[in-house]
Design a binder for this molecule. Structure first.
Ligand code: PLP
Length: 449
């Protein structure tokens, strides 16, 4: 444990030396420094002040098996001692990367896939876009390089990924972005951009893809990319039939479908992968986060036979990261996936996710609007008026106030865009944990209101 003087010095050093990713420097300075976490076990964190806090977001939507699993530490240690690193470029391989590729290939919803490894989600996304463009280039269609994504999408921050992303702030100061990325309106029934009620819906959100392809010319469009369930943009589940229609449109215009399963992979949605809810197969699939539960950085890309075949004929995919197929990451991924399967964590996510949403609805607070989600990818919409669907504001002011109070009440809670709250705990959460979490959440919202 630390003394008050040590804690203060640490916070000062953080402000002095560390540039945080996507963190308000103004906020951190006003708090006198960041919130410092020292330990974690299961779904709970311990701050350096010795306070126990429930991690409502599983880090950044990634910790599926819970914190502090000795098995994973052992797997990493053993592999570090045996072979800490060797390259997978230039025709080299090692037993665990082969085993991990085989394991992942066998579990993703894709026939006969190849697996490419990365260090995280942004790299997986950039890899997918390059694969899509190369696929069409190798068919003699180099103009077919435009990629359509959606508003509220988050695909990462490398230049390709941030160009596909469409959330406030991520483009400021970084333009020009990679050309030839386009966006259509995302699906969200509660705030339907077409102002439709459910009984009037003609899946305008899916039809928007066809309109965009026609506008750009099908001979110019390489791919459409989507998170099966929007994560950072608000934990938004699409309406029934959405992906079936999207898939039909992609087929009709010869456009690849690329699924970003970085959050939704490895059990979080109540099935092993998000697209399994929709019965639609992607041509390329991005993974990261839950593949190692964040114990070590890793990402992967699933490549369908269709996309791989011309690349195989071409003879080389001239793209790779130093850490592609890192042996220690593979050791951790294999053990992590073993735990997800052994403990049936996807099923737990399905069951406990329903309990979580139901208990939040039962709070019956006037400022809680839509409680949305599937499995353990959930959002709570804070509203001034639920019936009229009026938000507090375009920013995240109210959600931020709730989160600040929630921290005092023992919850690490992340505000989402448009005054939402993210609830995506580790998949090992129990009903008893949910009761405690929802009690603290309800108290925090009432205090903030
Ligand atoms: N794709 C999705 C759907 C994500 O949620 C994220 C990160 O939150 C990324 C990609 C980017 O992943 P990374 O931060 O590992 O680069």
């Amino acid at each position: 444990s630390y003394t008050d003087t040590q804690i203060e010095a640490m916070k000062k050093d953080d402000l002095r030396y560390f540039l945080h990713p996507t963190s308000s420097i103004v906020d951190m300075e006003s708090w006198g420094g960041p919130k410092i976490i020292e330990e974690g076990c299961g779904i709970r964190l311990k701050s350096i002040e010795g306070k126990t806090i429930i991690d409502c977001g599983a880090g950044l939507w990634l910790n599926n098996v819970g914190l502090g699993r000795t098995e994973l530490a052992e797997a990493a240690k053993q592999q570090m001692e045996k072979l800490s690193y060797f390259q997978t470029f230039n025709g080299y391989s090692h037993p665990l990367v082969i085993e991990t590729a085989k394991k992942v290939a066998g579990m993703i919803p894709m026939d006969n896939p190849r697996i490419f490894f990365t260090s995280g989600g942004s790299e997986s996304n950039d890899t997918a876009y390059k694969l899509a463009r190369m696929y069409w280039y190798l068919q003699g269609k180099p103009n077919k390089h435009h990629i359509i994504a959606r508003t509220k999408a988050y695909h990462g921050v490398s230049y390709g990924a941030v160009s596909a992303t469409s959330l406030p702030g991520f483009w400021d100061g970084f333009r020009p972005l990679v050309p030839a990325f386009h966006h259509i309106e995302h699906p969200h029934c509660y705030f339907c951009p077409w102002g439709k009620e459910q009984d009037q819906c003609n899946l305008e959100c899916a039809e928007a893809l066809e309109e965009k392809i026609i506008e750009l010319g099908k001979e110019n469009v390489a791919a459409f990319t989507a998170e099966p369930i929007i994560g950072t943009g608000g934990a938004i589940v699409p309406p029934d039939g959405y992906y079936q229609r999207i898939h039909e449109i992609c087929d009709k215009y010869d456009v690849l479908f690329i699924a970003d399963e970085v959050i939704t992979g490895f059990g979080r949605t109540g099935k092993m992968f998000g697209m399994l809810h929709y019965g639609v197969q992607a041509d390329i699939m991005m993974m990261a986060k839950g593949i190692t539960s964040g114990y070590i950085p890793m990402g992967a890309v699933g490549i369908s036979e269709r996309v791989f075949t011309p690349i195989k004929s071409h003879g080389i995919f001239m793209h790779g990261y130093t850490y592609s197929g890192h042996p220690v990451a593979c050791a951790v991924a294999l053990k992590n996936i073993e735990i997800v399967e052994r403990e049936n964590l996807a099923e737990n996510a399905r069951v406990v996710g329903e309990q979580l949403r139901s208990r939040i609805r039962d709070l019956s607070l006037p400022c809680i609007g839509e409680v949305r989600g599937i499995g353990l990818i959930n959002g709570v919409q804070l509203v001034q008026d639920d019936a009229a669907r009026i938000k507090f504001g375009p920013e995240i002011g109210f959600a931020k106030r709730v989160s600040a109070i929630a921290w005092e009440n023992g919850l690490a809670l992340r505000p989402l865009m448009d005054d939402g709250l993210q609830l995506s705990p580790a998949l090992v959460i129990t009903e008893t944990d949910v009761i405690e979490l929802v009690d603290k959440l309800g108290r925090s919202i009432k205090q903030a209101y």
